[in-house]
Write a protein that binds this ligand. Structure first.
Ligand code: ADP
Ligand code: ADP
Ligand code: ZN
Length: 210
């Protein structure tokens, strides 16, 4: 599918989970800035060293760094792309506009209480970045990734204190993007409550209508 999609929505709304499924089933190229930045931190690259402090504090990594990263990734991509966690600021949305035609912006709507429950019990795979939830989407074997056998861990920014800061960052910097995409006529608000399957079906319907 040639459509380019951005997934908006606060931390914990299901962007990573849905992106993974959509990429697998429609063949989209998946780009997750959170995963790419964590990888850079793990590898101790120049980008990782610069990004770490912002991520630990629940702040946005500076636009210039993230825009550079995305441009690099888009260069090599073919077919439709699905962006998880980018753009997150108006500057990023404008920069993206110059290099990619976004055909659909999905804004996932989830209650605050549900978000906190999702984030504090999230587990992620060290190896393939697959996302699980202790209650809502548990792995078959505790602590082990179903897909690759990798070790599951809790992200250091999924603690209550940093989560609160990430929500504030989202409200201030990212929520206003809905207006940007509404004006372009590509915004679709999607109910992100309910099961992972239910939400997936709603997004697929939005894709078919785009
Ligand atoms: P985001 O990328 O938006 O931060 P994730 O996809 O990582 O969100 O999901 C956050 C947590 O919530 C994960 O533990 C995931 O398994 C879980 N989750 C995702 N979608 C749902 C859903 N519809 N219902 C319940 N839990 C969900
Ligand atoms: P979540 O989906 O749970 O909010 P992500 O994995 O998408 O978390 O992002 C984790 C952190 O990485 C963010 O809190 C932020 O510090 C950084 N980050 C990810 N994407 C961006 C971006 N587009 N711009 C700036 N910082 C980003
Ligand atoms: Zn894995």
């Amino acid at each position: 599918m040639d459509l380019n999609i951005v997934l908006l929505g606060p931390p914990g709304s299901g962007k990573g989970t849905q992106t993974e499924r959509l990429a697998a089933e429609f063949g989209f190229t998946k780009i997750s800035t959170g995963d790419l930045l964590r990888e850079a931190v793990r590898n101790g690259t120049d980008l990782g060293t610069k990004a770490k402090g912002y991520m630990d504090a629940g702040k946005l990594v500076p636009d210039a760094l993230v825009i550079g990263l995305i441009k690099e990734k888009l260069k090599g991509s073919k077919g439709g792309v699905i962006l998880d966690g980018f753009p997150r600021s108006l500057e990023q949305a404008k920069a993206l506009d110059e290099v990619l035609k976004v055909g659909l912006a999905v804004d996932l709507k989830v209650d605050q209480e549900a978000l906190i429950k999702r984030l504090t019990e999230r587990r992620s795979c060290r190896k393939c970045n697959a996302v699980y939830h202790l209650e809502f989407n548990p792995p078959r074997k505790e602590g082990v990734c179903d897909k690759c056998g990798g070790e599951l861990y809790q992200r250091s920014d999924d603690t209550e204190k940093v989560v609160r800061e990430r929500f504030a960052t989202y409200t201030e910097r990212t929520a206003p993007l809905t207006e940007f995409y509404r004006r372009k006529g590509v915004l679709r608000s999607v109910d992100g409550m309910g099961s992972i399957d239910d939400v997936y079906k709603r997004i697929v319907a939005a894709i078919k209508a785009a």
